[in-house]
Each structure stands twice: as structure tokens, then as C-alpha cells.
Design a binder for this molecule. Structure first.
Ligand code: 9WN
Length: 444
């Protein structure tokens, strides 16, 4: 039965509380018993509605694990050594790379840089807070500022070494959309070698506890490639300059690049407001990456990834195509075309959708699978990003329609990791912290 909105807010807060370990939220019980980078940013966005100070804790915990290069790791392992594969023993970042932090155990990959968006939202939420809280928020954002700048500088310098506004990633996990059809072609060239060290998947058991199924997760063959890429990264000791020339997976992630555009712009407004350094530099990054995003668009305004290793354009019918709704910059005709695409039967207007929120892969694409992870299901934080992008670019009507549908979908109160677009059956882990967090924000 659908919950009322006040019930839903209470349920979301309760779900988050259950995943709270004090200064970080695990991404989900069982399946993801650690902190993930972009999850933490969404958690902070939601928490800002409850407590700006607790929201800041989340970002501070994440950035405390930042590498010397500025890299913000995609996983910060919790103390408990809770089961997750690959765990710290497989990554061995600290053992292999002097840039890894000594105080935290982390992975050696990144995830999309949503953090700047979270900082802006926390500062906004603090406006209506008591003066003392607002002062503390400002002080803590000031203290975090050098780390935020270092993160953006890392992305601009190491992940776009040629200055083309293309965000290079070394692993599907870095896109956060692990097994999306976006990466099928580049992954075809990732072939585990003879020295591949076997591993045992932990995700399927973990999901079993909450009623999931292997049909909802990546396949064993995909997992072997995921693990192999980590082995390749270990081989180059997590050295970016060696990775970008040698890894067997090197693509430009257009969706992460668009997020980076928006995050730079959001942080630039924070810099202006608080008198912090770097506003022009951040705007420079935004312009550069916006250009990179727009350069990949077709006549619908739909964006594409690039296979930097093979030198090919990766045109897939996935949610990443809507990247320009986050980066902005389309001319009015193509902006209208992209909006028409979003509401068309290929996407939110598909007649069989239970809720008209964007599936991660178009139901009309051959690769579409309604239950398998990033190959079709609807993911609440992706829905949130598109709503936010639409609102930000003045597309209020389209934003409102998706917002209402998203709230209706979340009203089951389960905060699943993802949903079957046709039945809205909850899939994957639950309660997933970022699903509860975006519910809180959408309902505020
Ligand atoms: C690998 C935590 C993360 C999300 C990703 C999602 C999934 C991990 C996994 O879970 O990835 O990073 O083990 O499958 O794909 O977007 O951040 O919620």
C-alpha cells in the first residue's frame, strides 16, 4: 500500500538511520556494507533536509579518504572488514601506491563527482537553520574547500589530460553504471589473462538475504572482467599516467562529464557566496567539459560516450544520452528535441511503464532487460539527477511530471536499489541509502 507523504518522509529517515554508522552511511545493508562515493553525495543531499551538520559529516568522512593526487575513492571501507568482493585485500592500494591515504582503507577507482552539488544543497538548506548552525556549516565548507578543489583539479588534470573535456574512466564501476549497455563494446576487448587470480563473488549471497536473484546482477563473465581490470590497475600501481596508456578499458564517460559540469558550476556559486578561491577555475572546467559533452550529441541532442582505446563513438540508447540536461548548453531546437525524446515512447512515455520515470536503458533497445541492474531498471538517484537538471535548466513542467511519478514510485516505502520499469517491483538491495535520501529531498 502506498504511504502518505509524511509517512514516507518518516520511513525514509528511519531507513537512513538504519544504515548510519555514525559519520558515514553504508550504501545498503548486506550487499554494500561500506561507503560509496557518489552514494555519499546523494546521502548528503537527502540528509541536508534533516540535518545540515550530519550531511557534512558524510562528505568529510569521504574526503578524509582522499588520495594525495586529489582522487576521491569510489569505496571507503568500513572498519568492520564487512564482506564485499573485491575487499581491501584485493585492492591493496596502500601497499602499492604512495598516493593512497594511510588513515583509511579504500578502492583505487573514482565515481561521478556529484559532491559539489551536495555542498551547494547543504549551504542552501542552512539558510533556514539557526544562525549558529549556519555559521558552523560555512566554517566546515571552508575547511573542506581545498579538498573539493583538489578533487576537481584531479579530474581535470588526470582524467582529461588532453584538455578536451572528456572524462576518462578505467572501469565500468567508475561510471557507477557498471553493466550498462554503454560499456558492452569496450568490455568485449577486456580479456582476463592467464595470470588472473580467481575470486568468489559475495554479491549474490548478500542479495539472497533480501530476496534478490542473479538475474538482477551482472553476470559471472562480467564480474571476471571487473576483477581483471583491478588486477591491471594493481599492475601499474594505480599510477594514472600508466593507467591511461595501458588499461584495456579506457572510455570517456559523457554522463559523468555532464555531472562534472554541473558540480563545477554549483561550487563556483559557493566560492562566490563565501569568498573562497577558485571560482574562475571551476567555471573554466565547466565550460571545457560542457563543450566535450555537446561535441558528442546527435540531432536529438542525445549524447554519446567514447571508446578512447578503440577510437570509436559509443552510441547506445541509455539514460546517459540525456547528459546535456545536466550540462546545459544545447541550442533551443535541440533542447526541445531532447525533451521530446525523454517524454517519447522510447523513454518516459513508453505505454507499459508503471511510473513515467526514465529507465536506465530504453525499453525499445535490444539490450533492454527490465530486471538486470543498469540494463533497464529505474534507479531513484538517476531519476533525481534528471529532475534536478530539468529544474535547473528551467524545464519546470517536465521536471514536475517526473518528480510526481518518482514520488509515487518511492511511496512503496522500501527504498529499493532499483525498480522494474513495467511492474515497479523492488529489485536489488534494500533499503538502499541513496534511494531513501532522494525520497527525502523530493518530498521536502
Ligand atoms: C561497484 C553502491 C554502488 C553504486 C553503483 C552501483 C553498485 C558496486 C557493485 O553499487 O556498484 O561499485 O558492487 O555492484 O552500480 O552505482 O554506487 O550503491
Amino acid at each position: 500500500m502506498a504511504l502518505t507523504r509524511p509517512q514516507l518522509v518518516a520511513r525514509a529517515a528511519y531507513a537512513l538511520r538504519g544504515n548510519d554508522q555514525g559519520r558515514l552511511h553504508v550504501a545498503a545493508p548486506n550487499l554494500y556494507p561500506h561507503m560509496w562515493s557518489w552514494d555519499a553525495a546523494f546521502v548528503a543531499i537527502g540528509l541536508a533536509r534533516l540535518s545540515t551538520l550530519r550531511a557534512l559529516d558524510e562528505l568529510e568522512t569521504l574526503f578524509a579518504a582522499q588520495w594525495r593526487t586529489g582522487l576521491v575513492p569510489h569505496i571507503v571501507f568500513t572498519d568492520g572488514d564487512a564482506p564485499y568482493e573485491p575487499g581491501p585485500k584485493r585492492w591493496t592500494c596502500r601497499e602499492l601506491c604512495a598516493d593512497a591515504p594511510s588513515g583509511a582503507s579504500t578502492s583505487g577507482l573514482i565515481q561521478p563527482p556529484v559532491h559539489g552539488v551536495a555542498v551547494r544543497r547543504i549551504l542552501d538548506a542552512a539558510r533556514s537553520a539557526p544562525a549558529a548552525e549556519r555559521r558552523e556549516v560555512v566554517e566546515r565548507i571552508r575547511a573542506l574547500w581545498p579538498s573539493l578543489l583538489a578533487w576537481h583539479r584531479y579530474l581535470a588534470a588526470y582524467r582529461d589530460a588532453d584538455g578536451l573535456g572528456q572524462l576518462m574512466i578505467y572501469h565500468g564501476w567508475e561510471s557507477g553504471m557498471d553493466n550498462s549497455p554503454r560499456w558492452d563494446a569496450p568490455y568485449a576487448a577486456v580479456l582476463p589473462g592467464a595470470e588472473f587470480v580467481p575470486f568468489r563473488r559475495a554479491d549474490l549471497n548478500a542479495l539472497g538475504l533480501t530476496g534478490g536473484a542473479p538475474s538482477q546482477r551482472p553476470t559471472d563473465a562480467e564480474y571476471a572482467k571487473y576483477q581483471w581490470l583491478i588486477q591491471e590497475l594493481r599492475q601499474v600501481r594505480y599510477d594514472d599516467s600508466r593507467a591511461r596508456d595501458s588499461l584495456s578499458f579506457r572510455v570517456a564517460d559523457v554522463f559523468a562529464a555532464a555531472i562534472f559540469v554541473a558540480a563545477n558550476e554549483e561550487l563556483a556559486t559557493v566560492a562566490d557566496e563565501l569568498g573562497l578561491p577558485g571560482a574562475d577555475e571551476l567555471i573554466g572546467y565547466a565550460d571545457r567539459f560542457r563543450h566535450g559533452v555537446l561535441a558528442t550529441t546527435d540531432e536529438r541532442g542525445f549524447a554519446a560516450d567514447l571508446d578512447l582505446r578503440a577510437g570509436t563513438v559509443l552510441r547506445t540508447e541509455t539514460i546517459a544520452g540525456f547528459a546535456p540536461l545536466l550540462s546545459g548548453g544545447l541550442d533551443p531546437a535541440r533542447q526541445a528535441a531532447l525533451l521530446a525524446e525523454l517524454t517519447s515512447p522510447r523513454w518516459c512515455g513508453h505505454p507499459a511503464l508503471q511510473y513515467a520515470v526514465p529507465p536506465t536503458t530504453s525499453p525499445l533497445a535490444v539490450e533492454f532487460d527490465p530486471v538486470r541492474y543498469w540494463r533497464g531498471p529505474q534507479w531513484p538517484p538517476m531519476t533525481w539527477l534528471l529532475i534536478w537538471g530539468l529544474e535547473r535548466s528551467g524545464e519546470q513542467e517536465a521536471a514536475l511530471a517526473i518528480r510526481e511519478a518518482a514520488i509515487d514510485q518511492l511511496a512503496d516505502g522500501l527504498f529499493a536499489e532499483y525498480y522494474d520499469p513495467f511492474t515497479s517491483a523492488p529489485l536489488g538491495a534494500r533499503p538502499q541509502s541513496w534511494s531513501a535520501a532522494v525520497a527525502l529531498d523530493l518530498l521536502a
